[in-house]
Write a protein that binds this ligand. Structure first.
Ligand code: NAP
Ligand code: MG
Length: 499
């Protein structure tokens, strides 16, 4: 491919011009208990079987805590607590329910540093992101839904919107607290009670959130948090007295849940995987686009369902974009998640690291060209260098499968039609990005992309007012905005609910 000779030369950023002194955030603010129970009926209780599992820090492999492993008996207890609480919770006025959500939001803000540090330790993501992204966005979701609680009658959701009852919710490890807020806030605002399971590798911020529920005097049983692995999640999904299942996770597990719930009265929303195209047209502001590409795929180590993992760049600017991107990637700092200068933290688990390694190996085997910046990896913990693949064939596994790691596949296109065809050539449909100088081109392209969210000249922006969700194998149902409320409310002719 030819480089356009009129473009400005790529700056030499290969060697950063200064060093950063370590700037570690103090971890003392977060107290980690040796052992955590289940949060059922407003209290921490022991599991029926006394079984537990360990959660570790992925950046050091340090053992952090033993966490109760909930089995079907414990899930039954949690669902019973949620059912018992449902009547009283539904009877409260919307303003009263809103009051509790406002309390939770404010308490989360007050204890934001504690949550940010704990999330970085348990998940491995940089403190810069937990401090400026995960925690404030989680609080924003709680505030936003607190505001809806007393306005449901005027939301255009029918004359008498009624809660479904008990929501069973299962969430992944990539944004543990944020996903918890996306699930709990709309459920509570609409008068439902919940049983939620955080992921096995990242239970700690959910358990700290349980303390917030106590601090906010939330009526016992409105929020129940059961910890465990896939089997605990499966027990929630299968429980007869759960009225609605909300699942965020992999497409494979989402499909199994959909099969299981087919023909039952349970309502279901699925937020699954993605393989988003980030389209860069030749008239794009290139430096901004490069920042957007970096945010799109290297944010949160690429553990992002809506990550811009497929870069579609117009052929005439391919070499310039790739050169600038590589120069920018040389400046990213990988290491201690608690260091305020860190851009790239640890991979969440040994298992995820293995998956990323296997898939990237197939990339090379299938003929793509692999590149990573020179950066040292710490000796302990789970780490993966930011990686860019060029010369990627459309059918290659790295262009079709979700890697869920800091790995970008670069493909090219010549015309807008080709860009759209390639962007939509995926089993997924969660998100997409467009970089261009022209508003008309943004609208033309966005209209043709089959993706739940399309960002233009930005990427990975989240706002509680904006519904988020997918098409095709990315799932169905929306979270956020008015659409997200509808997922927790019954139509007025639905006789199955509000017992
Ligand atoms: P996962 O394996 O599907 O796990 C997600 C959650 O489901 C975890 O809590 C997991 O438990 C639990 N689980 C596992 N098997 C289950 C079963 N048979 N029944 C019920 N629950 C079960 O996914 P993951 O690898 O943790 O998460 C990454 C995936 O989530 C990616 O595909 C990503 O794209 C997707 N994701 C989607 C969104 C979105 O909004 N669309 C957002 C974030 C992530 P344990 O992990 O504790 O064993
Ligand atoms: Mg952990």
């Amino acid at each position: 491919m030819m480089t356009d000779t009129t473009t400005t030369p790529v700056p030499d950023l290969v060697t950063p011009s200064w060093d950063y002194a370590p700037a570690p955030e103090a971890r003392g603010i977060a107290t980690i208990r040796e052992h955590y129970g289940l949060f059922i009926g407003g209290e921490f209780v022991d599991p029926a079987s006394d079984a537990s599992f360990a959660t570790i820090s992925p950046s050091t492999e340090e053992h952090l805590a033993e966490v109760a492993l909930a089995d079907a008996t414990d899930v039954d207890r949690a669902v019973a607590a949620a059912r018992k609480a449902a009547k009283g919770w539904q009877k409260l006025s919307g303003a009263q329910r809103g009051k509790y959500l406002y309390r939770l939001a404010r308490l989360l803000q007050e204890r934001a540093r504690e949550f940010a540090v704990l999330e970085s330790i348990d998940n491995g993501k940089p403190i810069r992101e937990t401090r400026d992204g995960d925690v404030p966005t989680a609080a924003a979701f709680l505030f936003y839904h607190a505001g809806w609680a007393d306005k449901l009658d005027h939301a255009g959701l029918g004359p008498d919107p009624r809660p479904l009852g008990v929501a069973g919710q299962v969430i992944p490890w990539n944004f543990p607290l944020l996903m918890l807020s996306w699930k709990i806030a709309p459920a509570l605002a609409t008068g439902n009670t919940v049983v939620i399971k955080p992921a096995e590798t990242t239970p700690l911020t959910a358990l700290l959130f349980a303390e917030l529920c106590q601090q906010a005097d939330l009526p016992p049983g409105v929020v129940n948090i059961v910890t465990g692995a896939g089997e605990t999640g499966a027990a929630i999904v299968a429980h007869d007295d759960v009225d609605k299942v909300a699942f965020t996770g992999s497409t494979a597990v989402g499909k199994a849940i959909q099969r299981e719930l087919a023909g039952t009265r349970k309502r279901l929303t699925l937020e699954l995987g993605g393989k988003a195209a980030n389209i860069v047209y030749d008239d794009a502001p290139i430096d901004q686009a490069v920042e957007g590409i970096v945010d799109g795929i290297f944010f949160n180590q690429g553990h992002v369902c809506c990550a811009g993992s497929r870069l579609l760049v117009q052929e005439s600017i391919h070499d310039e974009v790739v050169d600038r991107l590589k120069a920018r990637l040389q400046t990213l700092r990988l290491g201690d998640p608690l260091d305020k200068n860190t851009d790239i933290g640890a991979i969440n688990s040994a298992q995820q690291l293995e998956r990323i390694t296997t898939l990237t190996d197939t990339g090379e085997a299938e003929g793509a060209e692999r590149w990573s910046p020179d950066c040292e990896l710490p000796d302990q913990g789970f780490w993966f260098r930011p990686t860019v693949f060029t010369n990627v064939a459309q059918a290659a596994r790295i262009a079709t499968e979700e890697i869920f790691g800091p790995v970008l596949s670069v493909l090219t296109f010549r015309t807008p039609d080709e860009a759209v065809a390639k962007a939509n050539n995926t089993a997924y449909g969660l998100s997409a990005g467009i970089w261009t100088d022209k508003g008309s081109r943004i609208l033309w392209t966005a209209d043709r992309l089959k993706a739940g969210v399309v960002w233009a000249n930005t990427f990975n922006r989240f706002d509680p007012t904006s519904p988020f969700g997918g098409y095709k194998e990315s799932g169905f149902g929306r979270e956020g905005g008015r659409h997200g409320l509808a997922a927790y409310l019954a139509a007025s002719d639905d006789v199955e609910v509000s017992r």
